[in-house]
Design a protein around this ligand. Structure first.
Ligand code: PRP
Ligand code: GLN
Ligand code: SF4
Ligand code: MG
Length: 494
């Protein structure tokens, strides 16, 4: 999934504050990727120079406040990325984004969330052109495709050097799915969502606080913007930013120091395929998608699950953190009291997004402690938002039983995942998915649980789509391919 971020200061606003905004926003997007982090900045004056800090690890490991401040002291625009690897070398330093390529118009930086489904054919096409690639990621391919589009385009239209909107149009029409993309030239940022809107991306305006900038009041009494921000999720917007809107599927938005402008909207718009798992698990619960807060949707999923899969029990509980909203929904609807049964160590990160099985399992073992007195002798309904490989649930049911749980009934606030994802989530193989070719009884037995039930596909779809205002979002559609096998594009076609 990865977290992407960009920010540009309004005309007249002096450089100097971007480092700390970027650091805060990337920290707010940490849940989308923990393998590496990077920032690239431009002074807006020199198309042949970008400042850069990139490295492996968490945002707090990669960036030091003093180094950031001095590196980006002159920057008027900045691009950032947190990586959760899905394609290519997991451990290689040269896969750390944003990527920077030297194109005909100067430096171009790219931050990508998503995964190209046609990666193999694109890769061989680019290699046959004689371009030497330095990584095996799909994101580098996008950088090369953009670079070629820039070189191919005859710049006879007096467009400014930093304006590559025409070139990006051709890239969008050439590359299907999946990408939310930020592209920075020396004086502007482009925010782009693939035609399916598979990954999220939103835009906001930075407005100064009461004393932040002198003379910031314009004629209307509203404070003038001092910058523009774009990010994977609204949780990355600082408190003094106003959420403007989401980038639309198939749209190219140009953000300069003078404002935000739609530069292109594809005429070939398929039914949207926004990843439903952004609602289920990936996103932070305070983020907004399609006009609704993720937390509310998760709670609704839990309520529907209680209707679809009721069981008599003493308490309802959660696998913290991501299932907590759904567990409260389940408790409310079922009338069974909610009680915590697990302590979650907040110094250990998300386990699902670790790059390999060993790290995923060791993170789960370090993460949970049992609240024995709440569990002992109880019939527990244990709600999780999803079960993918089954690493988490296997360990937790065992722990609860060891601590005296009388019964453990697993309730999952999404349907069984039985197909691979090729669009930004690292589940490329059905052999890794625990629910494939198994009955509910088999799965319960494998976990040592007393029963397992999942939310239905229809229940999930309705929970997500019910609260979306049709007047604001006339075209609604969600990818559910890992649940149903119906992919937005045929991944086996390439
Ligand atoms: O079946 P699995 O392959 O184990 O994966 C699914 C589990 O991983 C996720 O939580 P995670 O711990 O990653 O994140 P969280 O701390 O935000 O809940 C998810 O919420 C499930 O608990
Ligand atoms: N999860 C993502 O969005 C990953 C981006 C890209 N496919 C990579 O592996 O670096
Ligand atoms: S296949 Fe699943 S995880 Fe992948 S984009 Fe579709 S809904 Fe999201
Ligand atoms: Mg979880």
């Amino acid at each position: 999934m990865c977290g992407i971020f960009g920010c540009i200061l309004a005309s007249g606003v002096p450089p100097g504050c971007l480092a700390s905004i970027a650091n805060d926003s990337l920290t707010a997007l940490q849940h989308r990727g923990t393998e590496s982090s990077g920032l690239v900045g431009t002074s807006g004056k020199d198309n042949d120079h970008f400042d850069m800090v990139r490295g492996k690890g968490l945002v707090r490991d990669v960036f030091n406040e003093d180094v950031l401040k001095s590196t980006f002291n002159e920057s008027i625009a900045i691009l950032g990325h947190n990586r959760y690897s899905t394609a290519g070398m997991k451990d290689a330093i040269n896969c750390v984004q944003p990527f920077v390529v030297h194109a005909v118009v100067g430096r171009v930086a790219i931050a990508h969330n998503g995964e190209l489904v046609n990666v193999a054919s694109k890769r061989s096409e680019i290699l046959k052109r004689g371009v030497g690639l330095s990584t095996d990621t799909d994101s580098e391919l996008i950088a090369q495709i953009i670079s070629k589009a820039i070189a191919d385009h005859v710049r006879s239209d007096n467009s400014e050097l930093g304006d590559i909107s025409k070139e990006l149009e051709t890239v969008m029409e050439e590359v299907d799915i999946s990408y939310s993309l930020l592209v920075m030239t020396y004086d502007r940022i482009y925010a782009i969502r693939d035609r399916y809107g598979n990954r999220p991306l939103c835009i906001g305006t930075l407005r100064p606080g009461a004393n932040a900038l002198k003379n910031a009041q314009n004629g209307s009494g509203q404070s003038a913007p001092f910058g523009y921000i774009v990010a994977s999720e609204s949780c990355a917007l600082p408190s003094f930013a106003k959420f403007d809107r989401e980038v639309r599927p198939g749209e190219i938005v140009e953000i300069t120091r003078t404002g935000i402008k739609e530069r292109y909207r594809s005429a070939r718009l398929p039914t949207p395929a926004f990843c439903i798992f952004e609602y289920v698990y990936f996103a932070r619960s305070d983020s907004l998608f399609e006009g609704q807060q993720v937390h509310r949707v998760r709670r609704e999923c839990g309520m529907r699950l209680a209707k679809e899969a009721h069981i008599d029990a003493d308490i309802v509980s959660t696998v913290p953190d991501s299932a907590t909203a759904a567990s409260h929904g389940y408790a409310q609807k079922s009338g069974i009291p909610y009680e915590d049964v697990l302590y979650r160590n907040s110094y250990v990160g998300r386990s699902f997004i670790q790059p390999n099985t060993e790290l995923r399992q060791s993170s789960i073992t370090k993460k949970f402690g049992v609240l024995t007195q709440n569990v002992s002798g109880k019939r527990v309904v244990l709600v999780d938002d999803s079960i993918v490989r089954g690493n988490t649930m296997g360990i937790i049911v065992r722990l609860l039983k060891q601590h005296g749980a009388k019964e453990v009934h697993i309730r999952v606030a999404s349907p069984p995942i039985v197909h691979p994802c090729f669009m930004g989530i690292n589940i490329p193989d059905t052999k890794d998915l625990i629910a494939v070719n198994k009955s509910l009884e088999d799965i319960a037995a494998e976990f040592g649980a007393d029963s397992v039930q999942y939310l239905s596909v229809q229940g999930l779809k309705e929970s997500v789509q019910r609260g979306i205002e049709a007047s604001k979002y006339p075209q609604v559609g969600h990818c559910m391919a890992c649940l149903t096998g119906e992919y937005p594009v045929d991944p086996y076609d390439f």
